[in-house]
Every structure is written in C-alpha cells, then in structure tokens.
Design a protein around this ligand. Structure first.
Ligand code: PHE
Length: 341
C-alpha cells in the first residue's frame, strides 16, 4: 500500500498539471479533490492508520495539501463559473478600470496657445539652455559686467563656475539664434527663467517667458506694433486695445512696454488693472545695433524687433489666477479647473 506521503505527492502532481477547459472540468476537479468523497477527505481518513508518533507531521502535510487544492480551485474559479456551465465568470469584453487622466498645466495651455498664434504668422519655435553663460545672458545683449541694468535681474550664479548663471530671461536665446542662424530669422522662444526674488503672490524665483525675435532687411517699429497687436487680439479678443509706453532695455533701442486694455473691467478700473484700465503684458523694442554688431550683422543692412512676455502674466489675465504660487504647488483642486483645455 502506498504511504500517505506518496499519495499526497501523486495528488499534488495531478493538481499542478490540471488546467480546466471549461466550468464542467473545474467541477470535476472540485469533486475529485474537495468533494465529500474527494482526495482531502480520503487522506484524512488515512490518518487513522498513521502511527501516533507520525501524526503531527502527517497532519501538517495534509493541511498543506488541502490548502494547495483549495487555492488552485479559487484561482481557476476566477475564470470559470464553478458548477454552472455558463461560460467564463470573467467577462473580458467589459471596459477596464479607468486610469484617471491628468490635466494640462494652465501655463502649458497658454504656452500652446501662444505658439499657435505666432506660428500662423510665420514664427518658428526655438529653445536654449536654462544654465547660461554670462556672454549669452548679459554681455552680448549690451549688458557688460558692471552695467547697472544687471541690477534689474538679480541672478543665481553657479558656484562651481562664476561665468554660469541660471538665465534671467529668454533674451539669451536671441543671442544664440543670432550667433548660429542664417538671416532672416523669425522665432519665438518659450522657456523657464530664474531671478533671485522673495517668493510671494506676485513674485517667484522662477517663471516662464516667451521671447520673440524678427530680424530681416527693412523690419520697422510698425511691424513690431502690428505683430503684437495681432497677438493680443487673437489671445484676448478683437476688442482688445493696446498702448505702448517708452521704456528702457539695454538690448533694444527704442524700447517700449506694451499694455492692453483690462480684460476684466474693460477699462473702467478694477483690482487686476489697479484701477488704471490698463495691464502691462510685455517689454519690446527694436534690436539694438550693438547686438547685431556683436554677432557680425551689419545694422545698416539688417534691422529687427524683439519682445519678451511673461507666461504667468498672460495666464493670470486669461484665467484670473491671482497668486503666482498656485502654479507650482501641484494642488489638484487648482489644476483640475483647467480640465479639457
Ligand atoms: N528680456 C526682457 C525682460 O526679461 C524683456 C524684453 C525682451 C524686452 C525683448 C525687450 C525685448 O525683462
């Protein structure tokens, strides 16, 4: 007669090899191993013939076997209805468990809109590095060392190399484009920029800009105005008014700041426009001749315009976001509001 151990071993091999083709197969398995006259019951009956000193060990073996027989049965039952012959219990035609989709970040939404507006009038997209050298961020842009204009953009220097900075503006990409691309150039350059500011609702140590640059023969201030006017009417609607105020940037001459009529109050005065009816959205001007010379371009032949706008600012106006910190806190209650955009 085979020993209890041999019997168990034989049943285990049978269980491991068993793959049910349908629910009826699985029912056969249940009867054979777990039924009233099945293997588990049969083995339990055999326990009587085991001498008392071997019972403990035999009991443990029997228990392990029972667990194997039951767990295999449960695994197979996930696929087949036990007992019934009604086909698979798992309906593989049901849709899966939905994975929650994220939302596009509001700054990315606005960035995409800006790109598509400028693409329509022939601008292409260019990017540059966020860790920049002094030449591209300052010196080549007519801001030599000790130039007081550097004060406007308090900078993070990289300690291993004092020549490297986290770029303070995307104008550094202007420099890289003029250095490498054949003329004419017509580009917009989106990117993150850094300034050493105390973080508050109105300032952050990093933010996002768009640089625009157009250099060709015969580019004039009228082209600059028309281009920017087209941009704001596409972005904020056809009734948007613009005004230009004289300003100063070392890399443009003449320079201006552009305001748009307040989109919230339409000009009558509110918190967004600080009761002036106008909101400032960008800096701009004609590319300074020194800049062109720095890159071997003859300013008597070529002229150009440039502008720089803040993406957070445009987003604030478009979606009435009143605290800059919200953009980087990753709070889904904020981000969810931009679903579907
Ligand atoms: N780089 C300027 C700034 O960050 C903006 C600017 C860009 C102004 C291009 C004029 C021309 O403040």
């Amino acid at each position: 007669m085979p020993s209890l151990q041999e019997l168990i071993h034989a049943f285990e091999q049978e269980i491991n090899a068993f793959i049910p083709a349908n629910a009826a197969d699985l029912e056969q398995y249940r009867i054979r191993f777990l039924g009233a006259k099945g293997a588990v019951k049969q083995l339990a009956a055999e326990m009587k013939s085991v001498p008392p000193e071997g019972r403990k060990e035999a009991g443990m073996m029997l228990n392990a076997f029972k667990q194997l027989a039951e767990s295999r049965y449960e695994e197979h039952s996930l696929v087949f209805n036990s007992g019934a012959d009604s086909g698979p219990a798992l309906d593989i035609s049901l849709p899966g468990v939905p994975v929650p989709a994220g939302t596009r970040h509001p700054l990315r939404v606005v960035e995409n809109q800006i790109v598509s507006i400028f693409e329509k009038i022939g601008f292409s997209v260019a990017t540059g590095p966020e860790i920049e050298d002094d030449w591209h961020n300052f010196t080549s842009l007519n801001m030599p060392e000790n130039h007081t204009a550097r004060d406007m953009q308090d900078t993070f220097y990289i300690s291993q190399n004092p020549d490297w900075v986290l770029r303070t503006h995307t104008s550094s990409v202007q420099a890289r484009i003029l250095e490498t691309q054949p003329l004419p150039v017509r580009v917009i350059c989106p990117g993150r920029v850094y300034r050493n500011e105390t973080i508050s609702a109105r300032a952050h140590c990093f933010f996002h800009q768009f640089e625009g640059l157009y250099v060709d023969k015969g580019v004039s201030f009228a082209d600059l105005k028309q281009t920017l006017y087209y941009f704001v009417t596409e972005m904020f609607g056809p009734d948007t008014k613009v005004r230009f105020r004289p300003s100063y940037f070392p890399f443009t001459e003449p320079s201006a700041e552009m305001d748009i009529s307040c989109t919230v109050c339409g000009g009558s005065g509110c918190n967004l426009c600080k009761h002036s009816g106008w909101v400032e959205i960008l800096g701009c001007g004609m590319v300074h001749p020194n800049l062109l010379r720095n890159f071997g371009i003859d300013p008597e032949v070529y002229t150009g315009f440039a502008f720089g706008l803040g993406v957070e600012r445009i987003t604030q106006i478009k979606f009435a976001v009143n605290d800059l910190r919200l953009y980087s806190q990753n709070d889904v209650r904020f981000l969810r509001q931009f679903q579907g955009l």
